[in-house]
Design a protein around this ligand. Structure first.
Ligand SMILES: CC(C)(COP(=O)(O)OP(=O)(O)OC[C@H]1O[C@@H](n2cnc3c(N)ncnc32)[C@H](O)[C@@H]1OP(=O)(O)O)[C@@H](O)C(=O)NCCC(=O)NCCS
Length: 197
């Protein structure tokens, strides 16, 4: 990346992924009150409306312009209410996501994550042959999304992520998704998720 990137819209059978815009601020503010975000994300905590305004008005457009982070709103129809957010960072093509609590458990994030990976790996980001995922250890919902989107669980030498304040580290899970889903991907999750029921 590193060049000017025009926002790209993606579609899946049930979803439209498009640009998050300032009018999404009320919903983003409400969703980001979720205690799971304090535990598992680095979104500001406590989360205030001004955070959503700067995220939508500055961070998201700047990320597209520079190519440093491409962020999509997850909606069921164009112009409809925002359900969640998904992004991919320039650094290591790392994917990140959250879904508003009332929209979880319907497979929507798995569908969105798969679409973003397919787009990145089919030329959306020139030269990308892998997408990385990481989550604080214990984030089962996130690991299940990664499994459903074709990631393979990997164990790097130092499997940690920085704490929210950047002063320490937390144990973490890591995954990688390749252009062709690795046949060992599903089984690689058995250790932490058990066999799929
Ligand atoms: C993780 C998250 C995005 C999942 O969103 P979702 O739309 O529910 O995802 P899906 O419906 O595609 O669910 C995938 C699987 O996770 C399960 N799941 C969802 N949330 C879960 C949770 N909190 N705990 C355990 N399992 C969960 C679903 O039942 C589904 O299981 P399956 O694969 O056996 O069918 C959502 O729970 C969330 O926003 N969490 C807080 C933010 C966060 O942790 N983001 C990821 C940071 S790495």
């Amino acid at each position: 990346m590193g060049a000017v990137v025009e926002p790209v819209e993606l579609e899946t059978p049930r979803l439209v992924l498009d640009l998050p815009v300032p009018s999404d601020a009320d919903l983003v503010t409400r969703y980001c009150q979720d205690p799971l975000f304090e535990q598992y994300l680095t979104t500001p905590w406590p989360y205030e409306h001004a955070h959503a305004e700067s995220f939508l008005g500055e961070h998201v457009p700047a990320g597209w312009t520079s190519g440093s982070e491409l962020t999509w709103a997850i909606r069921t129809e164009r112009g409809g209410p925002l359900l969640g957010v998904i992004s991919v960072r320039e650094a290591q093509h790392e994917i990140g996501f959250w879904m508003g609590s009332e929209h979880r458990g319907a497979g929507l994030m798995s569908e969105a994550a798969n679409a973003v990976c397919e787009w990145v790996l089919s030329g959306g980001i020139g030269g990308a042959s892998t997408v990385f995922w990481r989550a604080v250890e214990g984030n089962l919902g996130s690991a299940k999304v990664a499994r459903s989107a074709g990631f393979r669980h990997i164990e790097p030498e130092n499997p940690t992520v920085p704490t929210r304040d950047g002063r320490g580290t937390l144990p973490a899970w890591f995954g990688v998704r390749e252009t062709v889903v690795d046949p060992r991907a599903e089984a690689s999750w058995h250790g932490i998720l058990g066999e799929r029921s």
